[in-house]
Write a protein that binds this ligand. Structure first.
Ligand SMILES: Cc1ncc(COP(=O)(O)O)c(C=O)c1O
Length: 480
């Protein structure tokens, strides 16, 4: 066998956008690449990132309104995280935490317990949101005992794609024909009566799992008072309330935990994504002391579900410890609340100006959804024949067109949602500035002013020549 030609960092630093795409086409997920291509994201070679911006090799900034679906709360490459990593590595600190008790994991769980209210102070560390959600569900089952092993969840929920998390994720597409854990039927999110009825109907339900704000559903904030009723119902029925704050937690909504807006405390809360400071894969659940101790408190039960191999890894834990400290010390939650208000006010002005295009603006802090009118809406009927010429997925709505053009014409990156294809999801780093919001609004305004036919025409032109200079003179972006 010939010597394998293995690449190092210098090799991949030299890869062009086309070169990167070819490797993904050959070895990763060619089906998914179709969507990346449609949006034109494969045409851009990202070289580095800082704060709320990505940069291409020639230094062109791209404003990041996607924020890794909520993974970049403290911004890309925060200087304190870089300094910590350098110090950690130069000191030859250790990463594997399986043998000796880790000081770095201790630092992280200390900070989480300090910031979590009430009795939320026992922490499980993992690496992904799915992993800690599964661990949280197992904790609830173990706590409740063999007669109450079922978990109630909400319609349009998203808790992850591993089998246990998928069993409480309400997506026909993602579930496919996989054999999952059988759970009771999902209840509508935001409907406390339906939740109460479901619990009354099935005494085997021992836990309710909910996102505090649904992300994949299209940024859905439940009605005021919903969570306090859910908390009361769970208390009355001795059912555990597990909240998933993998996406909405850690400052994004204007409070460190989104449930703090609701005046309740869950029995278990899961966080991930931004816990890794945009540099490491770190996830955690934080459980009520008595829940944890009843489930796993003695030596015999303690090993039923301990950390997996990389749970509590040294540098990752140290980074996460610093990330939550940064969120607290830099008052990023407050900042997200203020910038988010400003963003939503400006978006609502656009909604008033373009009611036939924008249907709704909603969210909390910097977790914002812009719902566009369906492409079948009366005012869009003129473009149906044109829309039919587009790829399957884009026929579904305006977000694909607008997202692709924001990127191609204005170098702004936005996200989409799993279940509502009419929604653009905005989850920028919390360090976003007001001038970044102004730039975003100016660019979105410029696009919407073209009207639906103009948008389709522009999209088609861009598909033919992505690299062409924008036809209009774009607004000048603020410095990244
Ligand atoms: C609310 C929520 N829960 C769980 C997950 C799963 O997290 P991960 O992708 O880290 O497994 C996600 C991921 O998008 C999420 O948004």
């Amino acid at each position: 066998m010939p010597d394998p030609k293995l690449w190092g960092l210098e090799d991949v630093e030299r890869l062009s956008a086309d070169g990167i795409r070819d490797v993904h086409e050959t070895h990763v997920n060619p089906g998914q690449l179709k969507y990346t291509r449609m949006l034109g994201f494969d045409r851009i070679r990202i070289d580095r990132a800082r704060g709320a911006h990505y940069f291409t090799p020639d230094g062109t900034p791209l404003l990041d309104f996607m924020g890794g679906f909520g993974s970049v709360n403290i911004g890309h490459n925060h200087p304190r995280i870089l300094a910590l990593s350098r110090r950690f590595q130069e000191a030859l600190h250790h990463d594997i935490s399986q043998t000796f008790l880790s000081a770095y994991a201790a630092g992280l769980v200390h900070n989480l317990a300090e910031l979590a209210p009430g009795d939320l102070d026992f922490v499980f560390l993992g690496n992904t949101g799915s992993e800690v959600m599964e661990a949280a569900i197992k904790l609830a089952e173990q706590y409740q005992g063999p007669d109450r092993t079922r978990t109630l969840y909400a319609k349009n929920s998203f808790h992850g794609k591993s089998k246990g998390a998928l069993s409480v994720t309400d997506s026909a597409l993602l579930r496919g024909h996989f054999r999952l854990i059988e759970e009771p039927p999902a209840v509508p999110f935001g409907d406390a009566d339906a939740l109460e009825a479901a619990l009354a109907a099935d005494p085997r339900i021992g836990a309710v799992v909910l996102e505090t704000i649904q992300g994949g559903a299209g940024i859905v904030v439940p009605p005021a008072g919903y969570f306090s009723r859910v908390r009361d119902i769970c208390n009355q029925r001795k059912v555990l309330l597990v909240l998933d704050e993998v996406q909405c937690g850690l400052g994004r909504t204007g409070k460190f935990f989104a449930f703090e807006h609701e005046g309740i405390i869950p029995d278990v809360v899961a966080v991930a994504k931004s816990l890794g400071g945009a540099k490491a894969a770190v996830a955690a659940y934080i459980a009520r002391r008595d829940v944890y101790l009843k489930a796993y408190g003695d030596p015999k039960t303690s090993i039923i579900h301990g950390f997996s191999t990389f749970g509590g890894m040294g540098e990752g834990s140290a980074i996460a410890m610093e990330a939550v400290k940064i969120i607290h010390e830099e008052k990023l939650a407050e900042r997200a609340g203020q910038t988010g208000e400003y963003l939503m006010t400006r978006l609502r002005e656009l909604k008033d100006r373009y009611p036939s295009l924008i249907k709704d603006v909603r969210g909390r802090g910097l977790m914002v959804g812009v719902e566009f009118q369906g492409i079948g809406h009366a005012t869009l009927s003129a473009i149906k024949p044109l829309a039919a010429m587009l790829d399957d997925r884009l026929q579904g709505g305006l977000p694909g067109l607008i997202g692709a053009l924001l990127c191609a014409d204005y170098r702004i990156v936005v996200a989409f949602t799993e279940y509502n294809r009419n929604v653009i999801r905005l989850e920028p780093p919390l360090v976003l500035r007001r001038e970044d919001v102004d730039y975003f609004i100016q660019c979105l305004d410029a696009l919407l002013s073209k009207g639906p036919v103009g948008l389709v025409m522009r999209f088609m032109a861009r598909r033919q020549n992505f690299d062409a200079q924008p036809i209009d003179t774009p607004p000048v972006p603020p410095n990244g």
